[in-house]
Design a protein around this ligand. Structure first.
Ligand SMILES: C[S@@+](CC[C@H](N)C(=O)[O-])C[C@H]1O[C@@H](n2cnc3c(N)ncnc32)[C@H](O)[C@@H]1O
Length: 280
């Protein structure tokens, strides 16, 4: 299993939120329009960014079950949400929060999704969601996930699944070799078997399509420029160290690429896909 650095999750939150595909968010809001309440399960919740990115698109009363295997991230998510809320009441480990006219009841569940997937989907919610999770998962696990969601006839929405497209400006000689080497790292086992990596968006659409779901998908590119320098630099450092570990490229090429990416004036587009799946 991989541990996710809270600093990395903090850095990406605002960019993740602005990158979400607006048409899919509107479609999701439409699915639950007119309902007073909704129950949601968020898989691989990290610090709770997905809840903060979605709550305004969902009915007024919301019950969230936030699931992660990392106890420290779950504890930090509880504190982040309490601090973000307009008002917060604690009830044991649960919290009830008010935010911009919406009431959210939030519970936190520590579970390993590779093992406990089915149990975290019960009792069945109205919506299963996740952000930036599925490229870590194997094709087999994605099939098992779609099966579990379809068996319960749930709506599923996910955002920010990495799809392998990257365009860096200005171009560097090692761009393609770095991307190829990064993709070798992307498909290593992150706790679910060999990861689907950049094939995850297509694997999700196929898995739900096979189960008679109507699926919509759209781009949610990160478009990073000078104003996102801390995230850009963390991304470049992360790619360079993943590639170094994989030993696909010589150290000099990696160092030259990294130095160019940390220089001022760099921008990049990182490909992600969002996906909404509804039972037919
Ligand atoms: C890239 S982070 C995304 C976090 C959050 N959804 C967000 O958008 O900021 C992936 C999350 O999945 C969690 N995760 C990874 N493997 C897991 C597993 N086997 N079971 C439960 N959670 C897992 C990590 O702890 C991390 O919080």
């Amino acid at each position: 299993m991989t541990g996710f650095d809270p600093n990395w999750l903090h850095l990406r939150e605002a960019v993740d939120h602005r990158s979400r595909n607006r048409a899919l968010l509107a479609e999701l809001a439409e699915v639950f329009a007119g309902r007073a309440a909704i129950a949601v399960v968020d898989l691989g919740c990290g610090l709770g960014s997905n809840l903060r990115g979605l709550y305004e698109h969902l009915p007024e009363r919301q019950h969230w079950r936030l699931v992660d295997h990392d106890a420290a991230l779950l504890a930090a998510a509880r504190e982040e949400l309490a601090g973000w809320a307009d008002a917060c009441t604690r009830n044991g480990d649960d919290i009830a929060i008010e935010k911009k006219g919406r009431s959210l009841h939030v519970t936190f569940v520590q579970a390993d999704l590779a093992r406990d997937l089915e149990s975290v989907l019960d009792p069945a919610p109205d919506l299963v969601t996740a952000a930036a999770l599925f490229d870590l998962c194997s094709r087999e696990w994605i099939g098992r996930f779609a099966e579990a969601v379809a068996a319960r006839k749930l709506v599923f929405y996910t955002s920010l699944t990495y799809d392998g497209r990257e365009i860096w400006q200005p171009a560097h000689l090692a761009d393609s070799a770095m991307l190829a080497a990064f993709h070798v790292d992307q498909i290593t086992d992150k706790g679910f078997g060999r990861s689907a990596g950049p094939e995850a968006p297509q694997a999700l659409v196929a898995a739900f399509g096979e189960r008679d779901y109507a699926t919509s998908a759209g781009d949610s590119f990160w478009r990073l420029g000078e104003q996102d320098a801390p995230l850009l630099q963390a991304l470049a450092n992360g790619i360079a160290s993943a590639v170094t570990e994989g030993a696909q490229l010589d150290a000099e090429a990696i160092a030259s690429w990294r130095a160019a990416r940390l220089a001022p004036g760099v921008s990049c587009m990182i490909g992600h896909r969002d996906c909404l799946c509804r039972p037919a």
